[in-house]
Design a protein around this ligand. Structure first.
Ligand code: IMP
Ligand code: MG
Length: 175
Protein backbone atom coordinates (compact mmCIF):
# COMPACT_ATOMS: atom_id res chain seq x y z
CA UNK A 1 0.00 0.00 0.00
CA UNK A 2 1.18 3.53 -0.72
CA UNK A 3 2.50 5.40 2.31
CA UNK A 4 2.16 9.15 2.79
CA UNK A 5 5.54 10.93 2.71
CA UNK A 6 5.75 14.43 4.20
CA UNK A 7 5.97 17.20 1.61
CA UNK A 8 4.76 20.34 3.44
CA UNK A 9 4.68 20.43 7.26
CA UNK A 10 1.90 21.75 9.50
CA UNK A 11 4.14 24.66 10.52
CA UNK A 12 4.88 25.67 6.92
CA UNK A 13 1.17 25.47 6.07
CA UNK A 14 0.21 27.58 9.09
CA UNK A 15 2.76 30.28 8.17
CA UNK A 16 1.50 30.33 4.60
CA UNK A 17 -2.17 30.48 5.58
CA UNK A 18 -1.38 33.39 7.87
CA UNK A 19 0.45 35.33 5.16
CA UNK A 20 -2.30 34.64 2.61
CA UNK A 21 -4.93 35.83 5.11
CA UNK A 22 -2.99 39.02 5.82
CA UNK A 23 -2.79 39.91 2.11
CA UNK A 24 -6.38 38.91 1.39
CA UNK A 25 -7.74 40.86 4.36
CA UNK A 26 -6.02 43.97 3.09
CA UNK A 27 -7.26 43.49 -0.51
CA UNK A 28 -10.82 42.67 0.57
CA UNK A 29 -11.18 45.34 3.26
CA UNK A 30 -14.40 47.29 2.72
CA UNK A 31 -15.92 44.89 0.19
CA UNK A 32 -18.92 42.74 0.91
CA UNK A 33 -17.26 39.35 0.58
CA UNK A 34 -18.58 35.81 0.37
CA UNK A 35 -16.01 33.07 0.87
CA UNK A 36 -16.94 30.26 -1.53
CA UNK A 37 -15.29 26.92 -0.83
CA UNK A 38 -15.18 24.03 -3.27
CA UNK A 39 -16.12 20.85 -1.45
CA UNK A 40 -14.70 18.59 -0.31
CA UNK A 41 -10.99 19.21 -0.76
CA UNK A 42 -10.95 22.85 0.40
CA UNK A 43 -12.54 22.32 3.83
CA UNK A 44 -9.41 22.20 5.96
CA UNK A 45 -7.69 25.08 4.17
CA UNK A 46 -10.90 27.10 4.19
CA UNK A 47 -11.56 26.64 7.89
CA UNK A 48 -8.01 27.69 8.79
CA UNK A 49 -8.04 30.57 6.30
CA UNK A 50 -11.34 32.05 7.46
CA UNK A 51 -10.20 32.11 11.08
CA UNK A 52 -6.98 33.91 10.10
CA UNK A 53 -9.07 36.34 8.02
CA UNK A 54 -11.12 37.03 11.13
CA UNK A 55 -7.88 37.60 13.07
CA UNK A 56 -6.97 40.29 10.50
CA UNK A 57 -10.38 41.91 10.90
CA UNK A 58 -12.12 40.68 7.74
CA UNK A 59 -15.73 39.62 8.25
CA UNK A 60 -17.37 37.53 5.53
CA UNK A 61 -20.15 35.13 4.69
CA UNK A 62 -19.41 31.52 3.77
CA UNK A 63 -20.96 29.27 1.15
CA UNK A 64 -19.96 26.14 -0.75
CA UNK A 65 -20.11 24.59 -4.19
CA UNK A 66 -19.52 21.03 -5.25
CA UNK A 67 -17.96 20.72 -8.68
CA UNK A 68 -17.01 17.34 -9.99
CA UNK A 69 -14.40 16.89 -12.68
CA UNK A 70 -12.74 13.71 -11.49
CA UNK A 71 -13.82 10.11 -11.84
CA UNK A 72 -13.33 7.56 -9.06
CA UNK A 73 -9.82 6.66 -10.16
CA UNK A 74 -8.75 10.27 -9.60
CA UNK A 75 -8.29 11.12 -13.29
CA UNK A 76 -9.72 14.37 -14.63
CA UNK A 77 -12.59 13.41 -16.89
CA UNK A 78 -12.44 16.67 -18.79
CA UNK A 79 -16.14 17.34 -18.26
CA UNK A 80 -17.41 19.42 -15.36
CA UNK A 81 -20.56 18.97 -13.32
CA UNK A 82 -22.01 21.46 -10.86
CA UNK A 83 -23.29 19.02 -8.24
CA UNK A 84 -24.22 21.71 -5.68
CA UNK A 85 -24.47 25.42 -6.32
CA UNK A 86 -24.03 28.40 -3.96
CA UNK A 87 -27.17 29.43 -2.10
CA UNK A 88 -26.28 33.01 -1.11
CA UNK A 89 -27.29 35.67 -3.66
CA UNK A 90 -24.06 36.69 -5.44
CA UNK A 91 -25.45 39.81 -7.11
CA UNK A 92 -22.96 42.64 -6.84
CA UNK A 93 -20.89 40.78 -4.26
CA UNK A 94 -17.19 39.99 -4.10
CA UNK A 95 -16.51 36.25 -4.04
CA UNK A 96 -13.33 34.81 -2.59
CA UNK A 97 -13.23 31.45 -4.34
CA UNK A 98 -11.11 28.92 -2.47
CA UNK A 99 -9.90 25.49 -3.50
CA UNK A 100 -7.25 23.08 -2.25
CA UNK A 101 -5.30 22.69 -5.50
CA UNK A 102 -5.32 23.83 -9.11
CA UNK A 103 -4.40 21.04 -11.48
CA UNK A 104 -5.79 21.22 -15.05
CA UNK A 105 -7.56 24.44 -14.02
CA UNK A 106 -10.98 23.24 -15.18
CA UNK A 107 -12.61 23.23 -11.73
CA UNK A 108 -11.50 26.73 -10.73
CA UNK A 109 -12.31 28.12 -14.16
CA UNK A 110 -15.82 26.65 -14.14
CA UNK A 111 -16.53 27.78 -10.56
CA UNK A 112 -15.33 31.30 -11.33
CA UNK A 113 -17.48 31.49 -14.46
CA UNK A 114 -20.49 30.23 -12.51
CA UNK A 115 -20.07 32.93 -9.85
CA UNK A 116 -19.85 35.67 -12.51
CA UNK A 117 -22.94 34.17 -14.22
CA UNK A 118 -24.73 34.45 -10.87
CA UNK A 119 -23.96 38.18 -10.74
CA UNK A 120 -20.79 38.44 -8.66
CA UNK A 121 -19.12 41.81 -9.23
CA UNK A 122 -15.66 40.38 -8.63
CA UNK A 123 -14.23 36.90 -8.10
CA UNK A 124 -10.85 36.54 -6.42
CA UNK A 125 -9.36 33.05 -6.62
CA UNK A 126 -7.16 31.42 -4.02
CA UNK A 127 -5.67 27.91 -3.89
CA UNK A 128 -3.32 26.44 -1.32
CA UNK A 129 -1.47 24.41 -3.97
CA UNK A 130 -0.77 24.89 -7.66
CA UNK A 131 0.52 22.27 -10.13
CA UNK A 132 1.15 24.48 -13.20
CA UNK A 133 2.76 21.61 -15.16
CA UNK A 134 -0.67 19.96 -15.49
CA UNK A 135 -2.60 23.01 -16.68
CA UNK A 136 -5.08 22.53 -19.55
CA UNK A 137 -6.94 25.83 -19.13
CA UNK A 138 -5.17 29.17 -19.07
CA UNK A 139 -6.00 30.22 -15.51
CA UNK A 140 -3.70 31.47 -12.78
CA UNK A 141 -5.15 31.75 -9.26
CA UNK A 142 -4.87 35.28 -7.84
CA UNK A 143 -3.42 33.88 -4.59
CA UNK A 144 -1.40 30.66 -4.28
CA UNK A 145 0.19 29.09 -1.21
CA UNK A 146 2.71 26.67 -2.71
CA UNK A 147 3.67 25.80 -6.27
CA UNK A 148 4.42 22.07 -6.39
CA UNK A 149 5.80 19.56 -8.89
CA UNK A 150 3.60 17.23 -10.85
CA UNK A 151 3.03 14.72 -8.02
CA UNK A 152 -0.23 13.46 -6.56
CA UNK A 153 -0.59 14.88 -3.06
CA UNK A 154 -2.86 14.10 -0.10
CA UNK A 155 -3.64 15.49 3.34
CA UNK A 156 -4.92 18.81 4.70
CA UNK A 157 -8.23 18.13 2.89
CA UNK A 158 -6.83 16.46 -0.22
CA UNK A 159 -7.72 12.83 -0.77
CA UNK A 160 -6.87 9.73 -2.73
CA UNK A 161 -10.11 7.79 -3.13
CA UNK A 162 -11.52 9.67 -0.09
CA UNK A 163 -8.64 8.67 2.18
CA UNK A 164 -5.98 10.83 3.88
CA UNK A 165 -8.03 14.05 4.03
CA UNK A 166 -7.52 14.27 7.80
CA UNK A 167 -3.71 14.36 7.72
CA UNK A 168 -2.63 17.72 9.19
CA UNK A 169 0.20 18.05 6.62
CA UNK A 170 0.60 17.63 2.84
CA UNK A 171 2.14 14.36 1.71
CA UNK A 172 2.97 12.53 -1.49
CA UNK A 173 2.01 8.88 -1.88
CA UNK A 174 4.98 6.59 -2.38
CA UNK A 175 4.91 2.86 -3.08
P1 IMP B 1 -8.58 20.55 -11.89
O1 IMP B 1 -10.00 20.81 -12.30
O2 IMP B 1 -7.93 19.55 -12.80
O3 IMP B 1 -7.76 21.78 -11.72
O4 IMP B 1 -8.65 19.78 -10.54
C1 IMP B 1 -8.78 20.37 -9.35
C2 IMP B 1 -9.36 19.39 -8.36
O5 IMP B 1 -8.79 18.07 -8.51
C3 IMP B 1 -9.01 19.84 -6.97
O6 IMP B 1 -10.13 20.53 -6.44
C4 IMP B 1 -8.75 18.54 -6.25
O7 IMP B 1 -9.93 18.13 -5.62
C5 IMP B 1 -8.39 17.52 -7.30
N1 IMP B 1 -6.93 17.26 -7.36
C6 IMP B 1 -6.05 17.69 -8.28
N2 IMP B 1 -4.80 17.27 -8.03
C7 IMP B 1 -4.87 16.57 -6.88
C8 IMP B 1 -3.88 15.89 -6.07
O8 IMP B 1 -2.66 15.86 -6.32
N3 IMP B 1 -4.37 15.29 -4.94
C9 IMP B 1 -5.67 15.30 -4.60
N4 IMP B 1 -6.62 15.93 -5.31
C10 IMP B 1 -6.23 16.56 -6.45
MG1 MG C 1 -11.56 19.43 -5.42
Amino acid sequence: MALPKLLISEEKIAEKVDSLARKLASELEGSSTILVGLLTGSVVFLSDLMRRLSHYGLLLEVDFMIISSYNDSGESSGSIDIVQDVRIDMTGRTALLVDDIVDTGRTLNEARRRLYDKGAAKVITCALLDKPARRKIDIKPDYVGFIIENKFVVGYGLDAGNRYRQLPYIATLEE
